[in-house]
Design a protein around this ligand. Structure first.
Ligand code: ADP
Ligand code: MG
Length: 238
């Protein structure tokens, strides 16, 4: 696990300023939710931390490393997307081990890590299946497993439950909490869903228009929103 520090991060796409000198300090082991309406810059911020988008200015630190110009694969992060991004022709095992094989990891070590991941995520019986033979929830478990086997310091989730039905979403929320409690990893989770944010987060960063409006514990945000936008979006008691 590691702390994540975003310093004066700005991202422009052409003439449009999508992130505006953003600062955020995330403690090691925290579960942080980036919450805000569609188009406010959540994915852009997550992609910047992952190294998947060019930044205009500012710095990103993970632990004691300035990773601003590091390759995505060197940052010690694992990313889980809404759209699983699994290899359709590979089995669950194949999907979990692929990245490790490419990195040249020792076979026994790979087997150990895959075993651990399928146990933790309760997908052991599915090891020989291909993504097409899995439900949405099972696919998302495999996608989380791919970050898990890499032993990353920081997990990044971009609306991972949006494609799932309500019952499964609730179920996987509970599992994510358990996973977080068990691993103690730093997790940064993007959603536009207030309930998801309030139930998952240690702290929520409420975003709009490329700016963080408030960064605080769920209770604090719910009880003492700093402005009308936060109050309206999170839904404060009147
Ligand atoms: P969110 O994830 O909060 O819905 P995004 O980070 O995806 O928002 O997008 C923030 C804004 O940046 C949006 O207005 C979007 O249209 C714009 N945007 C995102 N990616 C690009 C890109 N590659 N080129 C131009 N504009 C982009
Ligand atoms: Mg998004």
């Amino acid at each position: 696990m590691a702390n994540v520090s975003i310093r004066e991060l700005a991202i422009d796409f052409g003439t449009v300023s999508v992130l505006k000198s953003l600062n955020i300090e995330i403690q090691s082991g925290e579960f942080i939710v980036l919450l805000g309406p569609s188009g406010c810059g959540k994915s852009t911020l997550l992609n910047a931390i992952a190294g998947l988008t060019d930044i205009s200015s500012g710095q990103i630190w993970i632990g004691d490393r300035n990773v601003t110009w590091e390759e995505p694969k060197d940052r010690g992060i694992g990313m889980v997307f809404q759209s699983y991004a699994l290899y359709p022709t590979m089995t669950v095992e194949g999907n979990l081990s692929f990245g490790l094989r490419i990195a040249g990891m020792d076979k026994d070590e790979i087997a150990k890590r895959v075993d651990r991941a399928v146990q933790i995520l309760q997908i052991d019986p599915l090891r020989k299946r291909r993504p097409g033979e899995l439900s949405g929830g099972q696919r998302q478990r495999v996608a989380i497993g791919r970050a898990l086997v890499r032993d990353v310091d920081v997990f990044l989730f971009d609306e991972p439950l949006s494609n799932l039905d309500a019952k499964l979403r609730t179920e996987l929320r509970v599992e994510l909490k358990r996973l977080h409690a068990g691993l103690g990893s730093t997790m940064i989770y993007v959603t536009h869903d207030q309930i998801e944010a309030l139930t998952l987060a240690d702290r929520i960063a409420v975003m709009s228009g490329g700016v963080i409006q408030q960064f605080a514990a769920p209770k604090e945000i719910y009880r003492r929103p700093v402005n009308r936008f936060v109050a309206g979006f999170v839904g404060s008691p009147s």
